[in-house]
Design a protein. Structure first.
Ligand code: ZN
Length: 314
């Protein structure tokens, strides 16, 4: 079994395929194919980012596939500045789309297809810097609900943050998107009844990561799942920032996680190795694809004062 890159609908996509030379391998492959047919077909969009997408898309793939619930394809874009006109993505075969992309605009055809996919009930996950992308694409900003950087300001929508037990919308002028120095911080549960949250602790300690703050946007957050306090002593906003949430948009199921800054290598990658990041990603992904969460909360989930890292996803 190995990965290859081939053309489908004129885009570069990577898929697994079997190289079966022996009967025993063929048998193993048939089992693999059977398992794959039951799994959630997932497309990771990547190829440009101000982050190390060459690492992050492989880590996302491993996290998803190691669960046994997902089978992953990649839609890898042309490099920054190259011709994007053939980057036409067919979302229809997929129950789940994961956006790990922050770069040049896609062709209008792809934009329209993504909007239709989500409007019609598709499942989508926006991962970390995906919410930096496309500051001028109205529907995209409604789908992510909150975005940052790339010139965002008060024209991009209000700040949204947690205060007095509810989500505040504040239209005051100012930048969109900030984070202080990466550090360890605690996630605080808000909507404890959501299927993604069932069995998860009210608080858990996250590994060193960027804590996005001052995010703003036009979208409607449906359920705030976890917030974290953005401490001014760490260069933060002094606000309780929504970091993991779902979004109301058409019939779609949208899961947005702002955590998970990718490290320089597979090994030096604490934020994505955090069990809390991985498990919330897995639960959010299953919910986005199916509307349900069937996964038990693992014993190694972090607690309020104990971090937990999974370093063996490869
Ligand atoms: Zn980052």
């Amino acid at each position: 079994m190995k990965k290859t890159i081939y053309l489908l609908n004129d885009i570069h996509m990577k898929r697994r395929h079997c190289s079966c030379l022996l009967l025993v391998v063929l048998l193993a492959c048939s089992c693999f194919v059977h398992a794959q047919s039951d799994s959630i077909k997932t497309l990771i969009i990547t190829g440009q980012n101000n982050h190390n997408w060459q690492v992050s898309h492989l880590v996302l793939e491993k996290i998803l596939e190691n669960s046994g619930l997902f089978s992953v394809d990649f839609a890898i874009s042309p490099e920054k500045g190259q011709d994007m006109s053939n980057y036409i993505i067919d979302f229809k075969p997929y129950q789940l789309v994961v956006v790990d992309y922050n770069g040049d605009s896609w062709p209008e055809e792809t934009n329209q297809r993504l909007v239709e996919y989500v409007q019609n009930g598709g499942g989508i996950v926006f991962f970390h810097a995906a919410d930096n992308a496309f500051p001028k694409w109205k529907e995209y900003n409604e789908m992510i609900a909150l975005g940052g950087w790339n010139g965002r300001n008060e024209t991009s929508g209000p700040y949204q943050y947690w205060e007095n037990n509810k989500l505040i919308q504040n239209p005051e002028p100012g930048i969109g998107g900030h984070h202080g120095a990466p550090h360890e911080f605690v996630l605080n549960a808000r909507d404890k009844k959501h299927p993604i949250m069932k069995g998860l602790p009210a608080q858990w300690k996250h590994a060193q990561d960027e804590l996005y703050s001052l995010m703003r946007g036009p979208g409607k957050i449906k359920s705030v799942l976890y917030t974290a306090f953005s401490d001014k002593e760490k260069g933060g906003s002094g606000r309780e920032e929504p970091l993991i949430f779902t979004v109301k948009y058409g019939k779609g199921r949208i899961f947005h996680t702002m955590i998970g800054h990718v490290g320089p290598t597979l090994q030096e990658n604490a934020a994505m190795q955090c069990t809390g990041f991985q498990v919330t990603l897995l639960r959010g992904s299953e919910w986005a694809a199916t509307g349900k969460v069937t996964q038990a909360v693992p014993d190694d989930f972090p607690t309020a004062d104990r971090m937990s890292l999974r370093t063996d996803y490869f």
